[in-house]
Design a protein around this ligand. Structure first.
Ligand SMILES: *[C@@H]1O[C@H](CO)[C@@H](O)[C@H](O)[C@H]1NC(C)=O
Ligand SMILES: *[C@@H]1O[C@H](CO)[C@@H](O)[C@H](O)[C@H]1NC(C)=O
Ligand SMILES: *[C@@H]1O[C@H](CO)[C@@H](O)[C@H](O)[C@H]1NC(C)=O
Ligand SMILES: *[C@@H]1O[C@H](CO)[C@@H](O)[C@H](O)[C@H]1NC(C)=O
Length: 380
């Protein structure tokens, strides 16, 4: 009857450690070092060095506007179904999320789906089924963007129902719950329409803040920093303004993931002698919308002997040669943003998109910068 028998002590200790193992993962916040991959980038999944990441987003699955189900196109199906096992070869602990929607997806289809319980259920059930049958660890909704008070409210309802559905599925199948994320506008205020921050906070593991596309030839006639972290006069959009807006609206910093672009925008300057921010232009250069991937920018700089400038106030880079001017994020901007994210207590960072990097250079720097940054906690 003695309770000090060695066997029972060993059993107790074993149970104690087992208990610790069970409890630890749920209490520890997982960091997000993420990037998106999409098949149209023509970057082979086998070339992703997943050692630089904790999470990879496979984009995009589509929403069928007829039956409100999530689908994977037949062209994408083989790449999506092997995505997880492929990226886990180099990093067995990397987690994958299937992203739904995207910038060119049909916004009305999302608005219509979210507006009633039956269509929301079709979306939710089909998304879970697809995530499981293709081996993903989670789902990421890229509805760009809910754009009225009603749509925002329906977006919130969708998120709450989605969260209870993945929780129910996890307990009925005894599998780890699917992660839930969403890519959102850089600010919680979308042109005076407010995101349902409480629903976001209670339903999603985190949100990916798309803190880029602030300036581009398609919508700005002057040059400008496409993804400024700071706006000099506090007037224009910036990553920091977005982060502050979300936190002020009530989203915990630990649910915020800061996005930055592995691409820039090229303009044709009106005058080659004024290659600065806010210079007059005659439109886009290099591609129809001016977008150009980071690897291509590096090549442009070398091929044309372009001048490069890092602006530490804005936290952005630009380069120019002749009348071509490109705004983008180089190594120093990325590293500065990663340090900012860690010091602000955010959950992490992500990039769009992994295939535009230059031999993984930016992703390697970003991951190292996160690990090397020490957080100074304010003591009042
Ligand atoms: C992938 O990244 C890791 C971490 O930086 C590095 O050790 C490894 O050599 C890289 N693998 C390849 C194939 O480049
Ligand atoms: C977009 O979605 C709406 C709403 O479901 C639908 O009526 C419309 O046909 C869709 N457009 C396209 C191009 O599929
Ligand atoms: C950075 O850009 C801002 C905005 O154009 C400008 O006011 C500032 O002088 C620039 N700083 C540097 C160091 O170039
Ligand atoms: C990127 O920037 C960091 C911080 O300034 C620096 O330590 C690192 O060497 C840079 N990497 C490259 C490839 O320039």
């Amino acid at each position: 009857m003695s309770s000090t028998k060695p066997t029972s002590l060993i059993v107790s200790i074993t149970f104690f450690f087992f208990f610790c193992l069970l409890v630890q993962p749920s209490s520890a916040q997982t960091v997000v070092k993420g990037s998106y991959w999409f098949p149209e980038s023509e970057f082979p999944v086998t070339d992703i060095n997943s050692s630089h990441f904790t999470h990879l987003f496979c984009a995009f699955a589509d929403l069928n506007s007829q039956n409100n189900q999530v689908t994977i196109s037949s062209t994408n199906q083989p790449k999506f179904s092997t995505f997880t096992q492929t990226v886990q070869r180099r990093n067995p602990s990397v987690k994958t999320l299937m992203s739904i929607g995207g910038g060119i997806a049909n916004k009305s289809a999302f608005a219509s789906m979210a507006s009633n319980p039956t269509s929301r259920k079709s979306f939710i059930d089909s998304s879970i089924r697809l995530a499981r049958s293709n081996g993903f660890h989670g789902l990421d909704l890229d509805w760009e963007y809910p754009s009225s008070a009603t749509e925002m409210n329906n977006f919130g309802t969708l998120l709450r129902e989605w969260r209870s559905a993945v929780a129910a599925e996890a307990s009925s199948t005894s599998r780890p719950r699917l992660l839930l994320a969403a890519a959102v506008f850089y600010s919680s205020d979308y042109y005076s329409v407010l995101y349902p921050v409480q629903a976001v906070a209670s339903s999603l593991d985190w949100v990916n803040l798309m803190a880029y596309d602030f300036y581009g030839p398609g919508w700005s006639t002057v040059t400008g920093p496409p993804a400024a972290l700071n706006s000099p006069s506090n007037a224009g959009p910036s990553g920091d303004a977005g982060v502050r807006a979300w936190i002020q609206a009530g989203l915990p910093a630990t649910q915020l993931v800061l996005g930055f672009p592995y691409y820039g925008y090229a303009w044709r300057l009106s005058n080659a002698n004024s290659p600065s921010y806010y210079a007059a232009t005659t439109g886009s250069a290099i591609s129809p919308d001016g977008s150009i991937g980071y690897g291509q920018i590096r090549k442009f700089i070398v091929d044309n002997g372009a001048t490069t400038v890092y602006n530490s106030t804005v936290v952005g880079d630009y380069c120019y040669a002749g009348t071509t001017w490109i705004g983008y994020d180089d190594n120093q901007s990325i590293v500065t943003k990663v340090r900012y994210a860690k010091q602000k207590g955010l959950r992490g960072y992500f990039s769009w998109h992994v295939g535009a990097d230059d031999n993984s250079g930016l992703s390697r720097s970003a991951s190292r910068a996160w690990d090397a940054t020490t957080v100074i906690r304010r003591k009042f």
